[in-house]
Design a protein around this ligand. Structure first.
Ligand code: NAD
Length: 770
């Protein structure tokens, strides 16, 4: 700093020698020479330098305006280059006959007539600088080099980042409006900056022209107060201008990507899809309201729930957290629709069938928007969500087919023919549904489609983490106008809202999906209210798989990995306990490890992504804790994974496989609900497996991989669980029932059994002799 002042003083001395007419240019040339010789190609402009210079030479006050050059430019001013970035700044100003040329290894090309005088003056000035300011210059120079190297590292990181489509994947996919893209990019860059030792993130961001946010600006100012470096950067770059231009750039990019994505999607046959940017910022319904009695109404309270994108941990939206009054309003609407409205009293089964088919068509017409919304809200890979939408549409069509086939039985005449007896099936009434977070729209269809087909009316509460596609569904019910008011209603929120629904005496049946602990609580509650009510509970699992010695090991390894890791392991029927026969144990483990490691994690909206993040921080921490238990307490061998993934964003965990796990260990017996597979110790006989599985708390699903029909029959006959796959794990179909034994719950979803669960039986006895 002192050196620059001395430089200016030397320039002023040269000015005096050169005479009044040529003095200004002598100063100019001194400065140029100063920069040229001493800064070795790196320019630093420091406000402190300027302050020193200001006192020594009036004309140098022009320097003060450098950050906003436009304001000081006169008619003869030539701007060769405006601020390109803080590292390369050229501003030529001759309003006061002074040329300031801050150029990376450059010299002004104008005013050549003064060059000779200037060079002479420069020699004098530089000699003074070299002697008096060498140490200070070296310090400046070193700082510049440090910053340069930080910048280089930054660029490398950014390249790395773009290459692996981490943060900017979402930008690449055009899934956020421009401002949000900019915010995400800058936050991620900040996180990465923390990996560069000894450099203030804010400084590097400013230096890279990538710091759009006021808080960072403040950081740079704070840094400026501590030293010259940040001040220099601040001086060279107008942070506000950079922010604006960054946002403009991001918005332009988002528009281009929008157009591209719309074209791609149109080619893909998903008519009507707009991009996720639209899906979030221009939702076709009012997400701040709740859908009750065919109206979007405000909640009676003012509490809200934060809805996140688990990929990034960013907030996607907020929705109302309902109150007991809201629940009461929704239940009364459903009650009035059931007991007093036309839905059951006037409509035929065929009319209900047509309404459900129409709803399936509406879902299909808007599936693109629903898919993007679901993927953003759950972090599910978009390809998985597409399959879930296929199922959702199929479920509504499948159950529409049941609506006009409600059947009773005729009983042979009794008491010497005096009595005619027959049964009729009637809808159960008002059903309160409480859903888990893990398959929001698909599980909604599992429940709502058969209930409406049976003639029930519904109050539906989604998991608090994933309400957006439920709201979208309500929007379709509303806009299609296919149902009488009050037939379908939504309440939003967590445990308190669920409890209010469970406790409401006008609810005739509770359909619950969730954890064992909450399920048990719900069962107790439904029995302790004034009215007992029908209840079905679909709860957790710890589903075993068995690899027999004759299994195709390569194929089985891939099936086991997808059986466990699908939906990032947040699957009630996930294959999480694997039995491998001793004869093939050592050959199978490397294949399993390779298959787990081959899973592609990445931006969920990217078609290539195969596994997404955990749903929220709570689940993420729970899964990491189980991994610690597996390693430290269960002493299991960690075959692969065990760490958070895609650091610096959202709730990602690597696909994790433990081997040689004791069948009684915690990781082998408790539901983890994450991408964690326990390969148990090798087994020798199927009897051993079946005996151990009888001791399991759960009974949701199981699978066996073999072509040995005797082994398969032994397994399917003796295992006590609701679904048994042979040479597969996970596929489910609308027409096959799904449900549990033991702690996995009771009642059945899907298939005729599910439809039947929303019907009650009446017996009619008629004395025909009367
Ligand atoms: P959870 O038990 O935490 O919550 C489930 C639902 O219950 C949520 O909507 C929650 O708000 C609500 N709730 C919480 N406390 C309540 C109370 N006191 N009264 C009424 N409702 C209450 O479960 P989760 O974390 O959302 O889901 C994961 C669990 O769901 C796992 O155990 C998984 O196995 C299970 N699940 C089972 C199936 C199945 O078909 N068997 C399907 C999906 C998920």
């Amino acid at each position: 700093m002192r050196s620059l002042l001395l430089g200016y003083l030397a320039g002023a001395a040269a000015f005096a020698v050169a005479g009044a007419s040529g003095g200004a240019h002598a100063i100019d040339n001194c400065n140029r020479a100063y920069w040229r010789q001493k800064m070795v190609g790196t320019l630093l402009v420091d406000r402190d330098h300027m302050a020193g210079a200001r006192g020594s030479e009036r004309r140098l006050s022009n320097f003060e305006a450098v950050p906003e050059p436009k304001r000081i430019l006169g008619p003869h001013t030539e701007v060769r280059e405006k601020i390109v970035d803080p590292w390369r700044l050229t501003v030529m100003v001759d309003a006061h006959n002074v040329v300031v040329d801050f150029v990376h290894q450059g010299m002004s090309t104008g005013h050549s007539g003064w060059i000779t005088v200037g060079v002479a003056a420069a020699v004098v000035a530089c000699a003074a600088i070299a002697v008096l300011g060498a140490r200070s210059l070296r310090a400046d120079h070193e700082r510049a080099l440090r910053l340069r190297s930080a910048r280089k590292k930054y660029r490398e990181l950014l390249r790395e980042l773009s290459a692996c489509k981490d943060v900017l994947g979402i930008v690449d996919a055009g899934l956020m409006p421009g401002a949000q893209q900019a915010a995400m990019a800058s936050e991620e860059v900040l996180r990465l900056m923390q990996r560069i030792d000894g450099v203030e993130p804010a400084q590097v961001l400013v230096a890279a022209g990538l710091d759009p946010w006021a808080e960072h600006e403040e950081q740079s100012r704070a840094a400026a107060a501590r030293g010259g470096l940040a001040a220099a950067l601040e001086m060279a770059g107008d942070v506000r201008a950079i922010r604006k231009s960054l946002i403009r750039k991001a918005e332009r990019r988002a528009r281009r990507l929008d157009a591209l994505a719309t074209a791609t999607i149109a080619a893909d046959g998903h008519a009507g899809l707009t991009m996720a940017a639209t899906a979030i910022s221009e939702l076709p319904f009012n997400k701040d309201r709740i859908y009750i009695n065919d109206q979007w109404v405000a909640s009676a309270g003012s509490e809200t729930c934060r809805v996140e994108n688990p990929d990034t941990g960013e907030e996607l939206a907020t929705v109302p957290e309902c109150t007991g009054d809201d629940v009461d309003r929704a239940v009364r609407a459903a009650h009035a629709a059931f007991y007093d409205g036309p839905w059951v009293n006037e409509w035929s089964g065929a009319q209900r069938r047509d309404a459900l088919s129409g709803l399936a068509d509406a879902i299909e017409a808007h599936r693109g928007e629903i898919e993007v919304l679901e993927s953003l809200n759950t972090g599910k890979p978009i390809t998985d969500v597409r399959a879930e939408l296929d199922d959702t549409i199929d479920l509504f069509r499948h159950f529409a087919g049941f609506a006009d086939k409600v059947q009773g039985r005729h009983i042979a005449p009794q008491a010497n023919g005096a009595f005619e007896g027959y049964t009729v099936k009637v809808p159960v009434g008002v059903v309160g549904f409480i859903n888990a977070f893990n398959y929001p729209i698909c599980l909604l269809a599992w429940k709502v489609a058969p209930a409406l087909a049976a003639g029930c009316t519904v109050v539906f509460k989604p998991g608090p983490q994933t309400p957006l596609t439920t709201q979208y569904f309500a929007h379709l019910v509303h806009t299609t106008g296919l149902f009488p008011p009050g037939v379908f209603n939504v309440v939003l929120g967590g445990a308190t809202v669920g409890q209010a629904l469970v406790d409401h005496d006008l609810v005739d049946k509770i359909g619950f999906t969730g954890s064992v602990a909450t399920g048990k609580h719900v069962i107790r509650s439904t029995a302790s209210t004034r009215m007992v009510r029908a209840t079905s509970v679909e709860l957790g699992g710890k589903s075993p798989g068995v690899v027999m010695p004759d299994a195709d090991l390569d194929k089985t390894a891939r099936l086991v990995v997808s059986g466990c890791m699908a939906n990032a392991g947040m699957n009630c029927n996930a294959l999480t306990r694997l039995w491998v026969h001793r004869d093939v144990y050592d050959a199978f483990l490397p294949r399993l490890k390779a298959a787990a490691e081959a899973l592609r994690l990445g931006t969920p909206q990217d078609d290539a992504t195969e596994m997404g993040p955990l749903i929220d921080r709570r689940q993420y921490e729970r899964v990491l804790e189980y991994i610690r238990v597996g390693r430290d307490e269960d002493r299991a061998q960690l075959l692969t994974g065990g760490q958070p993934a895609l650091l610096g964003r959202g709730y990602w965990i690597q696909p994790t496989v433990f081997a040689n796990v004791d069948p009684a260990a915690r990781v082998a017996t408790e539901e983890i609900f994450g991408p964690v597979l326990s390969v148990l110790r090798p087994f020798d006989s199927l009897d051993e497996v079946i005996a151990a599985e009888r001791r399991s708390d759960f009974g949701l699903a199981a699978s066996i991989f073999s072509r040995n029909h005797q082994a398969i029959a032994q397994f399917t006959r003796r295992m006590r669980c609701g679904t048994i796959w042979v040479n597969a794990h996970n596929p489910l179909f609308s027409y096959l029932p799904f449900g549990g034994f033991r702690n996995s719950g009771f009642g059945r979803e899907l298939g005729y059994e599910s439809f039947d669960g929303y019907l009650a039986t009446k017996a009619i006895i008629d004395d025909i002799t009367y």
